[in-house]
Design a protein around this ligand. Structure first.
Ligand SMILES: NC(=O)c1ccc[n+]([C@@H]2O[C@H](COP(=O)([O-])OP(=O)(O)OC[C@H]3O[C@@H](n4cnc5c(N)ncnc54)[C@H](O)[C@@H]3O)[C@@H](O)[C@H]2O)c1
Length: 250
C-alpha cells in the first residue's frame, strides 16, 4: 500500500462488479475505508469480502442511484458509519439497448437517462452538502468516450455521458472555492460485463477499440480514478479525463 488515500472515506456507487469493484479494491489498497453501493446485493457483498480478505475496511449498502431517497440514505449511512465522506466515485451505469436514434424506444431512453445522468446528479446532490459541511472533498463521475465523441447505435447512452461531462464541469466551477474538486473519467473499451453484453447485441459486434488494439482491464480505469481522488491531483478539477488507449485522439 502506498497510501494515496490513507484514512479517507471513499464511496463507490456501482461498486458490485466491473470498473466499480476494481476501483473499490484500489481505494482500499491505498488506505481508504470504502462504502460499496449497488443494486446487486450478492456481488456488492463479494466486493466487500474481497477488500476485507486483503486486509482493508469496507461495507456494502444497497442503493439504486436513480432514487433520491435511496442516495440520501446512502450518504447518511456513510457518515453515520465512518464519520465523513472524502472521495465519491459515482460510477453506476447501464448500456441499454443498441439501436439507431429513430429506433430508440422511450423506455430505453428513460431508463438510461435515469441511471446514467440523473443518478450521477443525485449522487452529487447528496454528497456535496456533506463535503461542504466538512470543508472539502473529491468527486469523480464516470462518463465515457461516448460522452466525448459519438458512438453510432448508442444515442441515449452518449447523450447521458455527454450530460455527465457537462454536469461535472458545472459542479467543478460551483464548488472550486469550497475545496471540492469534481472530475469525470471517460473510459474507452473496458473488459467488463457491460462491454461483453454490448458486443452480443446486433449492430455492435466485437470491435476491438482503441489504437492500443486491446481492451482495458477495469483496474486500469480504477488507478486513474484513485489518483484523481488523491492529493496528488490537488489542482485538477473540471476535467474529463480519457482513459481510453488513445481512442479519442484518433
Ligand atoms: N466497460 C466499458 O467499456 C465502459 C466504457 C466507458 C464507460 N463505462 C462506464 O463505466 C461504468 C461502469 O461500467 P462497467 O463496465 O463496470 O459495467 P458493469 O455492468 O460491469 O457495472 C455497472 C455497475 O453499475 C451498477 N448499477 C447499474 N444500475 C444501477 C443503479 N440504478 N443503482 C446502483 N447501481 C447500479 C450495476 O449493478 C453494476 O454493478 C458505467 O457508468 C459505464 O457506463 C464503461
Amino acid at each position: 500500500m502506498s497510501g494515496l488515500v490513507k484514512d479517507k472515506v471513499a464511496l463507490v456507487a456501482g461498486g458490485a462488479v466491473g470498473i466499480g469493484r476494481a476501483t473499490a479494491q484500489i481505494f482500499a489498497r491505498e488506505g481508504a475505508k470504502v462504502v460499496v453501493a449497488d443494486i446487486l446485493v450478492e456481488e456488492g457483498q463479494e466486493t466487500v469480502r474481497l477488500i476485507k480478505e486483503a486486509g482493508g475496511e469496507a461495507m456494502f449498502v444497497r442503493c439504486d442511484v436513480s432514487q433520491g431517497s435511496g442516495v440520501k440514505a446512502l450518504v447518511d449511512k456513510t457518515v453515520e458509519t465512518y464519520g465523513r465522506l472524502d472521495c465519491a466515485f459515482n460510477n453506476a451505469g447501464i448500456e441499454g439497448n443498441v439501436s439507431s436514434t429513430a429506433d430508440c424506444t422511450e423506455e430505453n431512453w428513460d431508463s438510461i437517462i435515469a441511471t446514467n445522468l440523473k443518478g450521477e446528479w443525485l449522487c452529487m446532490k447528496y454528497e456535496i452538502p456533506q463535503m461542504l459541511k466538512q470543508g472539502g472533498g473529491v468527486i469523480v463521475n464516470t462518463a465515457s468516450v461516448g460522452g466525448l465523441v459519438g458512438l453510432p447505435g448508442l444515442s441515449a447512452y452518449c447523450a447521458s455521458k455527454g450530460g455527465v461531462v457537462q454536469l461535472t464541469k458545472v459542479a467543478a466551477l460551483e464548488y472550486a472555492k469550497s475545496n471540492i474538486r469534481v472530475n469525470a473519467i471517460c473510459p474507452g473499451g473496458v473488459r467488463t460485463g457491460m462491454s461483453k453484453r454490448l458486443a452480443k447485441q446486433p449492430q455492435m459486434g466485437e470491435t476491438l477499440p482503441a489504437p492500443m488494439r486491446r481492451w482495458a482491464k477495469p483496474e486500469e480505469i480504477g488507478e486513474a480514478v484513485v489518483w484523481l481522488c488523491s492529493d496528488a491531483a490537488s489542482f485538477v478539477t473540471g476535467h474529463a479525463m480519457a482513459a481510453d488507449g488513445g481512442f479519442v485522439a484518433q
